[in-house]
Design a protein around this ligand. Structure first.
Ligand SMILES: NC(=O)c1ccc[n+]([C@@H]2O[C@H](COP(=O)([O-])OP(=O)(O)OC[C@H]3O[C@@H](n4cnc5c(N)ncnc54)[C@H](OP(=O)(O)O)[C@@H]3O)[C@@H](O)[C@H]2O)c1
Length: 351
């Protein structure tokens, strides 16, 4: 049997365009899978990595986080998967630094506990929007103890339950999600709604329906001049336990609004995708932290939730993919498109 040829979209040095060239065919270590990728998705993180080389530990680099494809090889001690299974998975070059763990290649190594079987009726192109956002969303919601995000910055610990496959009643908690139409914000909305949390989402007015489809109970226009008043009133009106705010955007503007909301509501969690403002700038009783979206807290969700939830439609492949092209050479134009910004859209390259 001939050995398959691997190719990758390599980053040779920071700020340079990706170059498609030969790559070694990786093998699966214990607890790992090698996936023959059929689709990869683009995340804003990829653009930062390309521009600055941040997180790259080995040059030349292969990076990227989201893959969908077929299992090519199963490592020792892996029982949930067999060769040929259709899967989605989270590639973790971000933490491992190994090029073979990057998504932008034909064959990627992933940990088996960051993969799930993709139901036959869901295309690779749809399924690939899920992995990185899913892991980020679980890290937002379900960490029980603060951890390490970066020097001087803790991860948040909202300690909320995992999503349920059943219809769950309200658990009497309210979470505000700022940036609910982003990939991470919309996935966090889906998972929070699936635990019985009342989600109040802040999105562009053109994305109200999208955010409700993800499970937001109430939506507010991010450009509304009375945003702070309206969100604060809505939290009070809903009653119950105010968990806090998940900020899926993390800018000066979003932090300013959040500080006002938290101040009026007497504090709560402020979980962000970027380093939060320093404690000295925050009202009393605010637990602020930055998520770091690679964490084994997501393992039970990967193992027990993703496949049946996709099958039942409880977990939707949102935001919808926009296919930029077919082939590794299209990853660079997908990255360029991502830098220009997207709205409730995941950029995907088919392979
Ligand atoms: N720390 C971590 O582990 C981690 C993990 C994943 C992602 N991130 C970071 O999280 C951020 C989001 O990533 P993503 O992939 O989810 O982004 P994305 O899908 O590319 O975000 C696009 C969305 O952002 C929304 N948006 C932009 N500015 C906004 C504002 N001021 N208020 C409300 N919504 C706003 C837009 O909303 P409308 O079109 O509705 O206006 C749009 O739908 C990125 O900065 C990324 O690097 C961090």
């Amino acid at each position: 049997m001939s050995i398959p040829k691997n190719l990758a979209a390599w980053l040779i040095k920071p700020g340079s365009p990706l170059q498609v060239d030969d790559a070694p065919l990786p093998t699966a270590g214990p607890g790992e899978l090698v996936i023959k990728n059929a689709a990869i998705a683009i995340n804003p993180l990829d653009c930062h990595m390309q521009d600055s080389g941040v997180f790259v530990k080995e040059w030349p680099a292969i990076f990227g986080c989201d893959i969908a494809g077929e299992v090519h090889e199963v490592g020792k001690d892996v029982e949930r998967f067999k060769k040929g299974y259709r899967v989605i998975g989270h590639a973790i070059n971000l933490t491992s630094g190994r090029p073979k763990d990057g998504a932008f290649t034909l064959y990627t190594v992933i940990p088996a506990n960051k993969a799930a079987i993709l139901p036959d009726e869901i295309s690779f192109t749809d399924g690939v929007v899920v992995p990185f956002a899913l892991e980020a969303a679980v890290c937002v919601l379900s960490l029980k103890e603060p951890g390490f995000a970066m020097p001087g910055v803790n991860t948040p610990a909202l300690g909320l339950p995992y999503p349920s496959l059943q219809e769950v009643p309200s658990i009497g908690k309210t979470l505000v999600i700022y940036g609910g139409s982003s990939s991470v914000g919309s996935m966090t909305t889906q998972l929070a709604a699936a635990t019985g949390i009342h989600v109040i989402a802040i999105v562009g007015a053109h994305n109200f329906e999208f955010s409700k489809r993800c499970g937001a109970a109430e939506v507010f226009d991010r450009n509304d001049a009375s945003l702070v008043d309206k969100v604060t009133d809505e939290v009070r009106k809903n009653g119950g336990d105010f968990v806090g705010i998940f900020d899926a955007i993390g800018t000066r503007e979003t932090y300013a609004h959040e500080i006002s909301i938290l101040d009026r509501l007497g504090g709560g969690h402020l979980a962000s995708v970027h380093p939060p403002p320093p404690a000295t700038d925050l009202p009393a009783n605010v637990n602020a932290g930055m998520i770091f979206a690679v964490n084994d807290v997501a393992a039970p969700v990967w193992k027990d939730y993703v496949t049946p939830a996709l099958q039942s439609g409880k977990l939707q492949c949102l935001p919808a993919p926009l296919v930029v092209g077919k082939g590794l050479e299209h990853i660079q134009s997908a990255l360029d498109k991502s830098k220009a910004g997207v709205s409730a859209t995941k950029l995907v390259v088919e392979l």
